[in-house]
Design a protein around this ligand. Structure first.
Ligand code: GLN
Length: 534
């Protein structure tokens, strides 16, 4: 039995029944990490070792001792007949943006390189209480600002397990890469504009952005507080449902967490898609971006293989009994990126105020004359380019003289985007959708260094994901095939508030319908001995 090929569901069954031990699972995960991960991300990395070129670099730090003691506790419970939890013995990695007591939590920034939080994020606590074993913290874009994980202050950044010359996506790139490379079957990511779904699509894994407020944000280092959602990254839909079951639910530590009771996601998996109404929208067939000089909107068709994968998925779902509703209008989706650009920067700038060289985090070692110089030097030296850009942008668009033109207007656009979706899901409306089926990304993974530095292009890789963030609605990405270059394609389902159950039903039906597809048998290149093709 190859332990690292087991799903979280299978592992928890086998650990509960005593067939395998949690301590064996930890060692299997750590051995896999040792085999494929290479050096972990670090500050001021100068390495030039070609042996690192085909490694994954998913992690910033490992928490092997913690995982071993958690495993011993799970095995003790199994031996004594206590309930070891829903995720008993399942190795877990966590994006290094979640606070975990007694471990470094860096946000992939020099600013927090030595930060040891005094408490643990609720989502992480719930996972380990359910029996998951925390083996390490994964790399990401600095403060989650990006779509390739390349902006991490900790290098090397994650490489794509399907071809390490390509980006793993971001910002949860380390988490998606760790799951694809069989390092951990579960990873906890965050999604503000697409950061769970875009890297999951690039790495050929399942990624779920839950409804906003479904999962507590307590202990999550904030990017844009009205968008941020913790969520699962897994290899299949069933594991995503299990993981959401463990983390969903209200939290007294987060007053914005919803008190709506979580559904029984596991039983949703048992239902098929007969009678479900699944929509397709022509507005998801292209990306649209304004000319930076004239403001005029240009359109560019998405990668043909990606749109083909969406049509193939629609056909497979139709054969499984779903009703496909074509031509559902989403006219405001083209404004998703500009509106997100404005609102997310305002919230980011506000959230970054606390990193001032005084309260916690990095402090300049240079001499300073007064408090404001201490602030200036610490922030200038501690933050990388992305936080600085976002502070500048956020302060500008929310300044008294500009707010009406930018921030206030973007908030109105956000409401219009949500209305497109609520209209489509309205049970008394013209479309009465249960879910909308779209591509997850306009293209498959881009090469590392190709898009980095081009903030506009980087932003548009989120055009298909960002509207669910504006609306606060849940969305899932599921592997839907491979392109000519052998890179994974993601398809996305979006559903109405708190209807993650419908995403699991549609996603699982698609997995079942394509269980014997040839592309499903192909594994990421880092798992084979094949030479990497450029
Ligand atoms: N790529 C987007 C950004 O840079 C989204 C990132 C995220 O979801 N955290 O803002």
């Amino acid at each position: 039995m190859n332990y690292t090929d087991l799903s979280a569901f299978e592992i928890s069954q086998k650990v509960r029944s005593g067939e395998i031990k949690a301590v064996e699972m930890v060692e299997a995960a750590l051995a896999q990490i040792a085999a494929v991960d290479g050096v972990q991300g670090q500050l001021d990395y100068k390495g030039q070792d070609p042996a690192q070129d085909d490694k994954v670099h998913a992690f910033i730090s490992l928490t092997s001792d913690l995982a071993r003691s958690q495993a011993a506790e799970v095995d003790r419970k199994v031996a004594e007949g206590d309930d070891p939890g829903l995720l008993a013995g399942v190795p877990l990695s966590v994006k290094d943006i979640f606070c975990v007591e007694h471990t470094h939590t860096t946000a992939a920034s020099r600013m927090l390189a030595n930060f040891e939080p005094p408490y643990t994020a609720t989502a992480v606590n719930r996972l380990t209480q359910a029996g998951a074993l925390l083996v390490g913290k994964t790399n990401l874009d600095e403060f989650t600002y990006g779509s390739s994980s390349e902006s991490s202050a900790f290098q090397p950044c994650p490489y794509n397990p399907w071809n390490p010359k390509y980006a793993a996506g971001g910002s949860s790139g380390g988490s998606a890469a760790a799951v694809a490379a069989r390092e951990t079957p579960l990873s906890l990511g965050t999604d503000t504009g697409g950061s769970i779904r875009q890297p999951s699509a690039f790495c050929g894994v399942v990624g779920l952005k839950p409804t906003y407020s479904r999962v507590s944000r307590y202990g999550l280092i904030a990017f844009a507080s009205s968008f941020d959602c913790p969520g699962p990254i897994t290899r299949d839909v069933r594991d995503a449902a299990l993981m959401l079951q463990a983390i969903a639910g209200s939290d007294p530590q987060d007053s914005t967490s919803s008190t709506v009771a979580p559904s029984d996601y596991r039983s949703a998996l048992e239902q098929d898609v007969r009678g479900l109404r699944i929509g397709l929208s022509p507005d998801y067939g292209h990306i649209s971006y304004p000319d930076t000089e004239t403001g005029e909107i240009s359109y560019q068709a998405i990668q043909r293989e990606v749109s083909q994968a969406v049509f193939n998925a629609a056909e497979a779902l139709a054969r499984a009994g779903a009703e496909i509703i074509e031509n559902v209008p989403m006219p405001n989706s083209r404004f998703g990126i500009p509106a997100y650009f404005v609102i997310s920067r305002v919230e980011a700038a506000s959230n970054l105020h606390r990193f001032d060289g005084v309260k916690y985090g990095f402090r300049t070692t240079h001499p300073f004359n007064d408090l404001s110089e201490l602030y200036r030097l610490s922030r200038a030296e501690g933050f990388g380019v992305q936080p600085k850009l976002r502070i500048l942008m956020g302060m500008y668009v929310s300044a008294a003289q500009h707010a009406a033109n930018y921030y206030q207007r973007a908030l109105k656009v956000r409401a219009m985007i949500r209305k497109d979706l609520t209209d489509a899901f309205n049970p008394k409306g013209a479309y009465r959708l249960d879910a909308l089926l779209t591509p997850t990304t306009p293209t498959t993974a881009f090469k590392r260094n190709d898009v980095f530095g081009n903030t506009v292009l980087m932003q548009y890789s989120d055009q298909m994901t960002v509207c669910a963030n504006h609306a606060g609605m849940p969305a899932i990405t599921i592997p839907g095939g491979l392109d000519q270059a052998g890179l994974p394609i993601g398809i996305q389902f979006i559903a109405n508030d708190f209807r993650e159950d419908l995403l699991f039903r549609a996603g699982r039906a698609f997995e079942t319908a394509t269980a014997s597809a040839a592309w499903r048998a192909i594994k990421p290149i880092v798992l084979s001995n094949q030479q990497v093709i450029s």
